[in-house]
Ligand binder design. Structure first.
Ligand SMILES: [Mg+2]
Length: 326
């Protein structure tokens, strides 16, 4: 179990770092310049050294550190860590995340800014993958506690990504991770049961992956997209994470999809990392990432520590004081 829990976060980091240099390029262009990307590359998008992690992992680490250091789910503390990271001037940050974190820095409340901003966004720019990319620590911390897993995933998403597709996308990913950590053979089935209230579009995209795994659909019928839309990112990440023959293949295939490579590969890496364990991740990748030891330690702590879920959050939601709008 410890190896799988560390595998979630290290898989996420490996996907993020492998995808970073080729972010925004389409598959043909990646192939022309690099062939199949199996090594950590330097330079490229954002001009960083080989093995550099981006916002996907950095924000997941904010969440993991908050859970471990406070011993509970504390969205106020999570939001505070996001703001601290924002103020460090990251080279990679999503547009909506940046807008919300600026508002939080200027004094807006974590349970208001995200929902308020989302209400004013047009369809097409309101459901990005900026929360699903970072949510995996809750899948480890609340594995075996479905109510806490659902609520923490949704509330934490809503800090910056309040759209129901984003909230429930985090639930489906985290429930899948929790199922894998518990040794389930078909974790997506139980994840979709837990996410019965998820928007139809999101459920349909995940059910398509399940149909392929169950053999009722052919993989060639699935057209994966590489944009920053949460529905297609989760679909592509689940598909590669759950069906690849190795954790390395899952991550490389996700990167070779092009587009939002770091985030799609981060999702695929978290899933495949849970399936195969940290010990199956290529040593050459882990050595290239400066934060590997810290990330491994956090994965193990999330797995072994008792992390509480405060009743006050449940009350805040049930009283309508905090309305998730979905
Ligand atoms: Mg990124």
């Amino acid at each position: 179990m410890r190896d799988s829990a560390a595998g979630v976060l290290l898989g996420l980091a490996c996907g993020d770092a492998l995808g970073r240099p080729v972010e925004f390029q389409q598959t043909a262009s990646i192939q022309r310049r690099h062939g199949r990307v199996t090594e950590m590359l330097a330079n490229g998008a954002h001009g960083q050294p080989a093995g550099t992690i981006t916002d996907d992992t950095k924000m997941a680490l904010c969440i993991a550190q908050s859970l471990v250091e406070s011993g509970s789910f504390d969205p106020d503390d999570v939001a505070g860590r996001f703001v601290e990271w924002y103020q460090s001037g990251p080279f990679d940050i999503g547009i909506l995340t940046s807008t919300i974190l600026r508002r939080l820095r200027n004094g807006d409340a974590w349970d208001e800014a995200g929902i308020d901003e989302w209400k004013h966004l047009p369809e097409g720019s309101n459901a990005g993958n900026g929360s699903v990319m970072r949510c995996a620590p809750y899948g480890i911390a609340f594995a075996g506690e479905p109510d806490a897993l659902v609520t923490a995933s949704r509330v934490s998403s809503a800090i910056t990504h309040a759209d129901p597709r984003c909230q429930w996308g985090c639930v489906i990913l985290n429930a899948t991770l929790a199922g894998l950590l518990a040794g389930e053979k078909q974790p997506l089935t139980s994840a979709l049961e837990l996410a019965a209230d998820a928007p139809a579009e999101l459920r349909t995209a995940c059910e398509a992956v399940l149909s392929i795994m169950e053999g009722s659909e052919s993989a060639t019928d699935l057209e994966l997209a590489n944009s920053g839309y949460v529905v297609t990112t989760l679909q592509a990440g689940l598909y590669h994470g759950l069906t690849a023959e190795s954790v390395e293949d899952a991550i490389v295939e996700a990167v070779m999809l092009g587009g939002d490579t770091d985030t799609i590969a981060a999702v695929a890496g978290a899933v495949a990392g849970a399936r195969f364990g940290a010990s199956e991740l290529p040593d050459r990748w882990l050595r290239a990432i400066d934060e590997t030891a810290e990330i491994r330690e956090l994965g193990q702590q999330l797995d072994t520590m008792e992390i509480s879920f405060p009743e006050s959050i449940v009350e805040k939601l049930s009283s309508g004081q905090f309305d998730l709008q979905a």
